[in-house]
Design a protein around this ligand. Structure first.
Ligand code: DLL
Length: 433
């Protein structure tokens, strides 16, 4: 563990620390951010609480609050104290800008060092950072964490995949940091280059920034012969370093000394008990640049009840299966693309590449899953293909309780991703058919 004293603190100490930090945060934002002052006043809450439970009376913060204040309206310190800016990907609407003070960067490096250490990393490791460097928080976030842990850090960024493989081989990379979909592409590229990914010196990977299934984990672990760890975060809250699995791989420990996590019912928005699913909400306890109070992430998950065998006392978040905005409602059934992925990866003959294509047929929405066939399958053999398609359809229908049209596509025809994979293609606005 990188900070065992903090990572194993008992609940009573953690509660007291959270309460103290929460009160400091509430008065900080009330004093310095007009939006919070207005929201607290409107809700009739004062910036002081006597217990952590009182946080549930505070108003939520949503992405639109950050957008309304674009670019710096929600910052809680003067610009002279900001030393770094990042922005969220902005796949939906206007991007949001987040600012970090020197103190924020220092704490972020610690939290990412915890993350890499939890995956088994030490100062002996060679870490290849293949998350994108730039406005995206993945590259620089992982970079400073790896350096803080004392690892030999390779700032290669995403892309140029053949070079990734060559560097991995020549530099003796032991830990890979990138999105899970990019890890699969790196393995595929290595094989194309005649290099067995399992024969490289990799021992672990810290993968995140997009939803991925347990079967994808098994596949990445098998192909590289490594331990694959799930890491989670979001720019509005910090970037990577909010929560990460340990080697037990049974949920992502939330860094609760820096963040309060709540799971709220998606309808009533009231907090639910541990174990129940809902939307993940974070309050940042130590952020200075752009702290957030009860930020609604749109991510859906639950707290895994019970204690972890690793000794860390921070509660665990179950892997995030998807965002409420990515959720498809197919004939009344809620479906996340990652659930489809979980099914596909269990079927021999199909490759781990797929897309969910939404189109319009007349006045009806039509959903079709495009699934890539493995290179070993003869794509010209109609009977084999028909059997395979039947199996994919049947397994999706049985796992998700709804039938979805399936189209098998040729090997290597689905576009590969070097960062976050695009799983849902929405053609409805283009008025197809
Ligand atoms: O993706 C930060 C990050 C970088 C996390 C590198 C992990 C590794 P954003 O671009 O703001 O930040 O996107 C945040 O990505 O709300 C989730 O919907 C999704 N996400 C991030 N990590 C995971 C994960 C970074 N492990 C959004 N599993 C979040 C599922 C994830 N979804």
């Amino acid at each position: 563990m990188f900070q065992p004293h903090d990572e194993t603190m008992d609940r009573a100490r953690l509660d007291a620390l959270q309460l103290e930090r929460l009160n400091a945060l509430l008065s900080r934002v009330y004093e310095n951010v007009p939006t919070y002052r207005r929201k607290f006043d409107d809700a009739g809450v004062s910036p002081h609480v006597d217990s952590l439970a009182e946080l549930a009376e505070f108003p939520f913060t949503v992405k639109d609050d950050l957008r309304a204040g674009y670019p710096y309206g929600m910052f809680a310190v003067p610009m002279k104290d900001i030393v770094r800016l990042h922005s969220s990907s902005g796949t939906t609407g206007q991007v949001t800008v987040v600012g970090y003070t020197a103190g924020d960067l220092d704490r972020w490096a610690d939290l990412m060092a915890r993350t890499i250490a939890a995956a088994g990393g030490t100062d002996e490791d060679v870490v290849q950072i293949a998350y994108g460097y730039g406005l995206f928080t993945g590259g620089l976030g992982a970079h400073y964490g790896a350096e803080r842990l004392g690892c030999a850090t390779i700032p290669i960024s995403g892309g140029n995949t053949k070079r990734q493989v060559q560097v991995m081989k020549d530099f003796g990379t032991t830990i890979l940091a990138c999105t899970p979909s990019y890890a699969l592409l790196i393995a595929e590229t290595a094989r194309d280059m005649g290099i067995d990914p399992a024969g490289l010196s990799l021992k672990a990977g810290v993968f995140g920034a997009e939803p991925w299934s347990e079967n994808t984990r098994t596949e990445i672990e098998r192909q590289f012969d490594i331990t694959a760890i799930d890491i989670y975060g979001l720019s509005e809250v910090l970037g990577p370093g909010v929560a990460a699995e340990c080697e037990c791989k049974c949920g992502l420990h939330v860094n609760e000394d820096h963040f309060i996590i709540e799971i709220v019912d998606t309808e009533t928005l009231r907090p639910v008990p541990d174990g129940e699913r809902g939307e993940v909400v974070f309050t940042t306890l130590t952020k200075e640049g752009i702290p957030v109070v009860r930020y609604r992430t749109r991510d859906i998950s639950r707290i895994v009840p019970g204690e972890c065998a690793c000794g860390r006392t921070f509660r665990r978040l179950e892997r995030v299966t998807g965002r409420s905005d990515d959720m498809l409602i197919i004939r009344g059934v809620n479906v996340f693309p990652s659930q489809i992925e979980q099914v596909l990866l269990g079927i021999p003959g199909v490759a781990p590449y797929y897309q969910v294509v939404l189109s319009r047929k007349g006045s009806m929405d039509h959903v079709e899953v495009h699934v890539e066939v493995s290179p070993e399958v003869n794509f010209d053999e109609v009977k084999t293909l028909e059997r395979l398609r039947g199996r994919v359809s049947a397994e999706i229908a049985s796992a998700l309780a709804v039938s979805i049209a399936v189209k098998l596509v040729e090997p290597r025809s689905i576009q590969r991703s070097e960062g976050k994979a695009k799983r849902v293609i929405d053609l409805r606005a283009e008025g197809s058919e």
